[in-house]
Ligand binder design. Structure first.
Ligand code: DGJ
Length: 713
């Protein structure tokens, strides 16, 4: 990797700054990366280096100067600031001087906290960096405290600002639509600003995901190139701002979207930004993804190192049309299929306005008595009898106007008081800035768990973004709502986590709306997309895998795209957290038998697929085939998936060259999970051969797939 060092430039501002600190350096390292922040003669702090770790720590001394680490509004800089504070006297400038820093140990690494202070106003900015050694992951967040006697207004308050100086920059963002998420688009960055942001309020994503890849010097490839990969841990509006200046230097500013979010801070009050999480790789996107996957499992995702449950979901099998008898049969189906859990989806609640479609009942969380006369308890009892776990769908942050909750508490709804209501999927968002609403949302889970302690899982949905923004609770502080909504949500989730620490939950938001690493602190998994067409899923899972491990990506076998065989659909879903959302009785006996065998195969391979290293070998974006490999951490076992999507007539096929194996080991390679249940021939190859020559695993049959295991002898 080249050194992304910002050339020093002299600034000789006078100021009340202790000479002791001048030339002091803050060095933050992981196993492979190093960041150097240097205190200038003027007491201000500069990013002098961010790149490969230097072998000799003494070499860092040669790195001085650079760009100011957290550039402020209203001073000498001509480009986008990280911080913009409006003071009560009308002064919109901030000047930050280094006061000191602390380093503490955290699991897997260190936390470095750098304190900066504005001498004129006393405002304090703490830059918090966490560095995870083995995974080479950094996180950055900021704590801003009003040190003056009067309130201040925060207009811009980034989590992170990073500076780069490369000859060229190539930004890849992952944008799309509902059911067409995470399509990569790469563009060069030239002079000026490019922003990637969302304004959806109750979720991060619908049109663009909260992560990016930035090729430094050249577009990042899968296995080569210098690349910064970053994502924001925030379940709301985010913004990444990339600005190339007149000298070709790039600043990357990441944080909450400041759009309609000016925050007033009272004297002494502190605002803490969410974490920007990032890594640098000099071996392309693949290595960066594996850094994220390891870090996420070890340090971020709820029960990241734990196992996951396979499931049968009833959503696409029944939609709203079910009763107790039908559900009991489905619980039996789950047992017969061999999955771990039955998940009851939307449609089980509300009585005055029963939830028989998506236009009524949301907000009224009592079982619909004519559907479930014996309540959820009869279903958890049935699940227990059958020996499967029971999971339940909820959408606790939302309300249908046709509901008792709305009739009783219209004041709890986010909607403009003097304009017509606007409904997204016939519903409105509850005002989680209001502590009473937080109590209510917490009570939905708490009441269900108290009444039915055998509920083993929740699917937490959230279908409407915030529109027509107005909170009755916040009154004059309407600009606080976007941020306070998300903080209110986290308060609720903290309370749930404290009371039910071992309760697994899926984060769902009408497709992949909530796919962010702060949400995943509270959730064991997420729903990447409502699109379960297996061909589309090859692309969607590929997209999310850039920063999220397989373990958190729920992948369900459904009836979408019946042109694809059940095997093709199952194999795609096996590359995620496997589930079924299908009426088993629509399957032929052979298909059903195949599904049952697949669940057994998946269970045997689960540790490799969910916890191994993922290698994206052949991209679905690159042609008519796709291939992904998972390798166990000790390299003894690997699973290889190969898909032929729409091959051309007489297409020339190429071997798939594997990765991550032990070159010295001999692997027995066997095709498993065949549609007819037959056994494949076992052949032996060295790891060296497999990683140099590869295997002929593609075919010219449309929509066909194969799964191979590799076992070291
Ligand atoms: C949207 C989700 O993405 C679906 O899986 C399903 O749970 C529906 N909501 C239920 O309304």
């Amino acid at each position: 990797m080249k050194r992304f060092l910002i050339a020093g430039f002299a600034l000789t501002m006078a100021g009340a700054f202790s000479a002791m600190a001048a030339n002091e350096q803050v060095i933050i390292e992981t196993d492979s990366l190093g960041m150097v922040l240097s205190v200038g003669d003027n007491g201000r702090l500069y990013q002098s280096y961010f790149g490969k770790k230097l072998m000799n720590p003494s070499d860092y001394k040669s790195l001085t100067g650079g760009r100011e680490v957290y550039l402020t509004n209203g001073m000498e800089d001509y480009f986008e600031p990280a911080l913009h504070v409006n003071h009560a006297d009308g002064n919109a400038s901030s000047l930050l001087k280094y006061q000191g820093h602390t380093v503490t140990h955290i699991p897997g690494g260190k936390e470095t906290v750098v304190t900066l202070v504005d001498p004129a106003y006393g405002d304090e900015v703490k830059l918090k960096y966490k560095s995870y050694d083995k995974e080479n992951i950094f996180t950055s967040s900021t704590e801003i405290t009003n040190g003056s006697n009067k309130p201040i207004e925060l207009e811009k308050f980034a989590s992170s600002m990073l500076h780069f100086d490369a000859p060229e920059y190539y930004l890849t963002e992952y944008s799309g639509e509902w059911a067409a998420e995470v399509k990569p688009h790469t563009q060069p960055l030239y002079y000026g600003k490019k922003e990637v942001d969302t304004k959806l309020g109750a979720r991060a994503n619908m049109f663009v995901s909260p992560f990016f890849q930035l090729g430094l010097g050249a577009p990042a490839e899968e296995n080569s190139g210098d690349v910064l990969v970053g994502t924001l841990g925030w379940t709301g509006n985010f913004r990444f701002c990339f600005e190339v200046d007149n000298r070709g230097k790039l600043r990357v500013i990441s944080g909450i979207n400041p759009y309609f979010s000016k925050r007033t801070l009272k004297k002494g009050e502190t605002f803490t930004t969410p974490e920007f999480i990032y890594t640098l790789s000099s071996n392309g996107n693949g290595e960066a993804s594996r850094n994220f996957h390891d870090w996420a499992r070890r340090y971020r995702v709820k029960d990241g190192m734990g196992d996951r449950m396979t499931l049968l979901n009833n959503w696409e099998a029944t939609y709203f049309d079910f009763d107790e008898e039908k559900l009991k049969k489905l619980i039996g189906d789950a047992k017969e299929l061999g999955v771990d859990m039955f998940l009851l989806d939307d449609g089980w609640f509300a009585n005055k306005y029963p939830r028989s479609s998506d236009n009524a009942g949301l907000g009224d969380w009592d079982e619909t008595t004519n559907k479930l006369p014996n309540g959820i308890g009869a279903l958890t009892a049935e699940a227990k009898k059958q020996g499967v776990k029971f999971g339940l769908w909820i959408e606790p942050e939302m309300v249908n106007p046709k509901s008792e909750l709305y009739e009783k508490h219209k004041d709890w709804v986010i909607t403009l008081p003097n304009r017509d209501e606007y409904y997204f999927r016939n519903q409105l968002v509850l005002d989680l800035a209001n502590p009473k609403v937080q109590d209510y949302v917490f009570s939905i889970v708490d009441n269900l768990m108290t009444k039915y302690p055998d509920i083993a899982f929740f699917k937490w949905d959230c279908n409407s973004p915030i529109t027509n923004i107005w909170s009755n609770y916040l009154d004059k502080n309407q600009q606080h709502l976007y941020v306070d909504y998300v903080k209110g949500l986290y308060n609720v989730l903290d309370r749930i986590a404290a009371k039910y620490p071992n309760l697994p939950m899926m984060l769902c938001s009408g497709g992949g709306g909530r796919t962010d690493y702060e949400g995943l602190r509270y959730f064991t998994e997420m729903w990447p997309s409502d699109n379960t067409d297996p061909v589309e899923r090859l692309f969607i899972q590929w997209g999310y895998s850039q920063v999220f491990p397989t373990k958190v990506q729920c992948a369900h076998v459904t009836t979408w795209n019946k042109d694809a065989s059940v095997k093709f659909r199952v194999n795609t879903a096996m590359m995620g957290k496997l589930g079924f959302d299908i009426n088993m009785h629509d399957l032929t006996p052979d298909e059903l038998a195949y599904c049952k065998r697949s669940i057994q195969d998946y269970n045997a391979l689960r540790p490799v697929i969910l916890d191994g290293d993922q290698y994206r070998l052949v991209s679905p974006h690159s042609g008519n085939h796709a291939s992904t490999e998972f390798v166990s951490k000790n390299r003894d076992k690997a699973v290889l998936f190969a898909f032929d999507v729409y091959p051309r007539y007489d297409e020339i096929l190429h071997n798939v060259v594997l990765k991550g194996l032990n070159p010295k080991a001999t692997y027995e390679v066997e095709e498993i999970n065949r549609a007819d249940g037959s056994k494949g021939e076992v052949k032996s190859y060295s790891g060296d051969y497999l990683m140099k020559v590869g295997l002929p695993v593609f075919s010219t049959s449309k929509l066909s797939s194969r799964v191979y295991t590799l076992t070291a002898k």
